[in-house]
Write a protein that binds this ligand. Structure first.
Ligand code: HEC
Length: 183
């Protein structure tokens, strides 16, 4: 009986490593030891939750270092061109590596994918449906969205930051994007 209980405890601990998503336009990444701010991570990024308390959560992020900026960890789906890509996080001075661990505020995580994109989805349809019907993100490939959005930036009167945020949403939910949950 005792043995069974012990095993259940161990398994319970392992089972805790869990898929979560960043639930904020962007949030600070903190060094797990010093709690100094070392970078930022963007909405909708999938992370692995390792440990959690009321204030902070220890997370691990898988991705690839960007070929254009090695402080940026990205999702990319074309190994030959290295483009297009979706930024997961940006570090201030260190090189980004897959499997890096950081602390983030626990309130900036959600255990479902869809809510992490809900706000930017509204912004997208708000911004991009005044002249034509909204195009569902899955209508196009990641690199097509990159081109379309560059063409539409002037029409939609959005600045580079707004464009980058909408592009992350569109590429993540593109036919070949990483986001899985149906909207
Ligand atoms: C001020 C009007 C206007 C706004 C706002 C606008 N568009 Fe467009 N869009 C157009 C026009 C006009 C066309 C067709 C002519 C062209 O392709 O240049 C078009 C074409 C497109 C196409 C190509 C459709 C196809 O099947 O060929 C896509 C995709 C698109 N827009 C996406 C967007 C996105 C994303 C946004 C928001 C950032 C946006 N549009 C905002 C006017 C607009």
């Amino acid at each position: 009986m005792k043995k069974v209980l012990f095993l259940a405890l161990i398994l319970g601990n392992f089972a805790f490593a869990k898929d979560m998503w960043i639930y904020n336009i962007k949030t600070n990444l903190l060094d797990p030891d010093t709690k100094a701010v070392v970078g930022e991570i963007y909405e909708g990024t999938p992370v692995n939750l390792i440990k959690k308390d009321d204030e902070f959560s220890l997370i691990e992020i898988k991705g690839e270092a960007s070929a254009m900026d090695d402080k940026v960890l990205v999702y990319k789906n074309d190994a030959t061109t290295g483009m297009p890509l979706v930024s997961f996080l940006t570090l201030n001075d260190k090189k980004a590596k897959s499997g890096d661990k950081f602390l983030v505020k626990s309130s900036d995580l959600t255990d479902k994918e869809y809510p992490s994109w809900e706000e930017i989805e509204l912004v997208y349809y708000d911004t991009c449906t005044s002249c034509h019907a909204g195009h569902h993100p899955a209508e196009h490939l990641m690199n097509e969205w990159d081109a379309y959005l560059s063409a539409m930036q002037y029409f939609a009167k959005i600045n580079d930051e707004e464009k980058a945020r909408i592009l992350r949403f569109l590429e993540a939910h593109a036919k070949d994007g990483f986001a899985k949950e149906e909207e």
